[in-house]
Design a protein around this ligand. Structure first.
Ligand code: ATP
Ligand code: MG
Length: 736
């Protein structure tokens, strides 16, 4: 068994231990894409984990299309997913599989569950189901339909499957625990009626299993041993295990969760990627600017670079936002050794060597100049007329200019030294540069050893290949697209594509689609099509984005090449979206179930979400162990928001709430925390102003830093019993 040399990630360690302990005869993993979009770079992480781990331990990885939802599957996606996995360098064991192949077996498991008295047909409406489910803070109640006998349930379920009922009329639910703290365990729905035509099973089925029931059983049916998914599924693990324990014999598969891959400057939500395509913001799922594997392939990214990024990122349980530049660096590193050099002129300007009489010739240009041990050259045609890049000529050169200008000498890469004598103008534009060559400088070496600092690239006019060159840049201009904007589309980079009509060296006339080159001094390019020629810029030679926004990066605490700020996990993002609370608050809340339950309960009870989140995360956590009652938290939030107690009162009140059963008002009264009324506050401010005339004068003279001094003075005068915001307001009014 080939043993990976680096230290093992937590899943590999587990696989290794399981195999050593003989828990399974071999390792079997699966990659379960839903065929409702193209694979993106985030999926590449899951692919490298699922296929990579199986390969490392001599096992098998199944490709299983998760097509349990009859509505979404599309042939295009099934095909692109297979092509992209193979392109990335992986192969699945056997034929591609489909969860729909197991519909009959999964159905039989459902009947078995009913027979054991562990599932029942519920005929409640959707609203009733929701109502009875309870909340995170209140246990749910079981529907009265749960009293149906096994026989009744079996008969009804069979009639559901036979298509005798309308959608929504009945559902099948597992009988687990309506009071479980994990909402997923409160008698989850496992089958629903759907009269849809399925891509594979046609009209065979009128009931379809839900993810939590279908996934674990599909894994079991395939003999999967280690079933990997992303972190947001950690709440599904209990139900995954429960179904398998009720219905199957060991050895059973187990679920392991790892952090999603998130990169700066891209999005990986399939829904949003689809919107980019549907709204025509890009040319398709494989637009070279898309973070899809198909897009990256067209852009020219080698699969090795994507795998190298995944190896560098590793598999762990902590979310992190990875600098997009890491991927580009991996691409450059890979292409540096695999992409031959070529000459191309992106914005052509004609250069004529007036003393050239040698007719058409060729010069030898090194193809791997960066590799000391590879001295291959190619013969590039050369003659009297050449193309150079407009950017390499300046009529009035700025200070320090090393390229071509009237009277200046430069080296034409690997060819000759030329000096500009004159230019030809048309409509105020330079249309031709006329030069004299040092005919003894073949190869670009001055015969007398004189120093020529500048070297520019060129393409012969005779034999040049016309090519469209697409200069692609990042699709989004913001590090976290959509952050602080109304829509992610507001983050689109308006300059993500520039199309040029270029000239490339004649030797490229035979280049084939997918071939990659380094155009000297310009970047890496790949052949998108060869008839007519289209080259896509894969990546520039240097990272032009690295120092793009130093202030924004600093504000995020980003230093060096990695973005240390973790992205919001999906659950936290959901809280932010629904309740408008701060990212950091959402992060803490979703990481801590009792706090999350308290928060959701308090919001449901009518509390202000932002206040509640702040109270729990910034105050309650520091006030002691445990949580307080929902009502108490809501009451405290209201008193703070109405400034009837000062902000500083939150902590002591929470400490008391944790310790005693008293209500908020009782505690506030006992601790004497009532905010002073406004007249007392105004009097205190007046007194502070009168006692500090110098500071007042300096403040009015513009020294605004003294604000803190005044607030401190007033607070002290009030014995801490004033609300910070109220103090500020009064100070502002009186000090101007
Ligand atoms: P959705 O289910 O919303 O359509 P998805 O991104 O989960 O989107 P799937 O096709 O279900 O898409 O994903 C297949 C596998 O890829 C899953 O196991 C999923 O956990 C994994 N995956 C998806 N996105 C990422 C990511 N950003 N990083 C790592 N793994 C991912
Ligand atoms: Mg999914």
């Amino acid at each position: 068994m080939p043993e990976p040399t680096e230290s093992l990630d937590f899943i590999r360690s587990k696989v290794k231990a399981d195999l050593e302990a003989g828990a399974y005869p071999g390792v079997v993993t699966r990659f379960p894409p839903e065929p409702n979009g193209y694979l993106h770079v985030g999926h590449a992480k899951a692919i490298c984990a699922d296929f990579g781990i199986a390969a490392d331990y001599g096992g098998r990885c199944n490709l299983r299309f998760d097509d349990t939802n009859p509505a979404t599957e599309e042939r295009e996606f099934v095909e692109s997913i297979q092509a992209d996995i193979r392109w990335l360098g992986f192969e699945w064991g056997g034929e591609p599989l489909h969860a729909s192949e197991y519909f009959k077996q999964i159905y039989d498991y459902a009947e078995a569950l009913i027979s054991k008295g562990l599932a029942y047909v519920d005929s409640s409406t959707e609203d009733e189901v929701r109502e009875l489910r309870g909340t995170v803070t209140e246990p749910g109640r079981r529907s009265s339909y749960a009293e149906r006998t096994v026989e009744e349930n079996l008969a009804l379920f069979r009639r559901m499957a036979a298509g005798e009922f309308a959608e929504g009329e009945h559902v099948l639910r597992a009988r687990i625990d309506m009071a479980n703290a994990n909402m997923k365990m409160r008698d989850p729905l496992i089958y629903r009626i759907k009269h849809a035509k399925h891509h594979h099973t046609g009209d065979d089925w009128h009931v379809y299993p839900l993810y939590d029931f279908a996934h674990c059983l599909s894994d079991y049916i395939e003999g999967v041993t280690h079933s990997m998914c992303t972190l947001e599924f950690d709440v599904n693990r209990a139900i995954y295990d429960w179904f398998l324990e009720q219905l199957t014999e060991g050895p059973r598969p187990h679920q392991y969760e790892f952090a999603r891959l998130e990169l700066t400057y891209i999005i990986t939500s399939k829904r949003r990627l689809k919107a980019l395509v549907d709204e025509g913001r890009v040319s398709g799922w494989d637009d070279p600017r898309m973070p899809t594997l198909a897009g990256m392939r067209r852009l020219g990214y080698p699969p090795e670079a994507i795998r190298a990024l995944m190896a560098r990122v590793g598999i762990s349980k902590s979310n992190s936002l990875v600098e997009y530049g890491w991927l580009e660096d991996a691409v450059r590193e890979q292409l540096n050794t695999t992409a031959p050099r070529a000459l191309a002129v992106l914005r052509p300007l004609k250069l004529v060597i007036t003393n050239w009489e040698g007719g058409d010739t060729t010069v030898d240009v090194p193809t791997w100049p960066q590799h000391a041990d590879r001295d291959e050259c190619r013969a590039v045609p050369f003659g009297r007329e050449l193309w150079i890049d407009q950017e390499d000529f300046e009529e009035v050169p700025p200070l320090g200019w090393k390229r071509l200008a009237p009277g200046r000498e430069v080296r034409l890469r690997s060819a000759f030294l030329v000096t500009c004598d004159s230019v030809i103008m048309k409509d105020g534009e330079v249309v031709e540069v006329r030069c004299t060559a040092d005919l003894d400088s073949r190869g670009g070496r001055a015969p007398d050893g004189r120093k020529v600092r500048g070297t520019i690239h060129w393409v012969p006019v005779n034999g040049a290949v016309d090519a469209e060159v697409r200069l692609y840049d990042r699709l989004f201009a913001d590090e976290v697209p959509g952050e602080g904007k109304e829509s992610v589309f507001d983050s689109l980079n308006p300059k993500s594509l520039e199309v040029l009509t270029a000239k490339v060296e004649p030797t490229l006339a035979t280049a084939a689609g997918g071939e990659r080159f380094q155009f000297e001094r310009l970047g890496y390019f790949t052949v998108d099509s060869s008839d007519p020629f289209v080259f896509n810029r894969t990546v520039t030679l240097r990272d032009s984005w690295a120092k793009a926004k130093p202030t924004a990066r600093k504000a995020r605490g980003v230093q060096g090449p990695t973005v240390s700020r973790a992205p919001l996990p999906a659950a936290a993002q959901g809280l932010v979206n629904r309740h408008g609370i701060a990212d950091d608050h959402a992060r803490v809340l979703t990481g801590d179930k009792p706090y999350l339950d308290l928060f959701l309960g308090a919001v449901e009870a009518g509390g202000a979400a932002r206040t509640l989140a702040r109270l729990i995360v910034d105050e309650l956590r520091k006030a002691g162990e445990g949580v307080v009652a929902v009502d108490a938290l809501v009451a405290l939030g209201e008193r703070l928001d109405s400034a009837s107690i000062p902000g500083t009162a939150a902590r002591p009140v929470l400490v008391e709430l944790l310790a005693s059963g008293d209500g908020v008002d009782t505690i506030v009264a006992r601790l004497g925390l009532e905010a002073a009324d406004s007249s007392a506050l105004e009097a205190a401010v007046d007194a502070v102003i009168e006692a500090n005339p110098d500071e007042v004068a300096r403040f009015r003279g513009g020294e605004k830093r003294l604000t803190g001094f005044f607030i401190g003075q007033v607070m002290r005068a009030m014995g801490g019993k004033a609300d910070g915001k109220a103090v500020q307001a009064v100070l502002r009014a009186k000090l101007g």
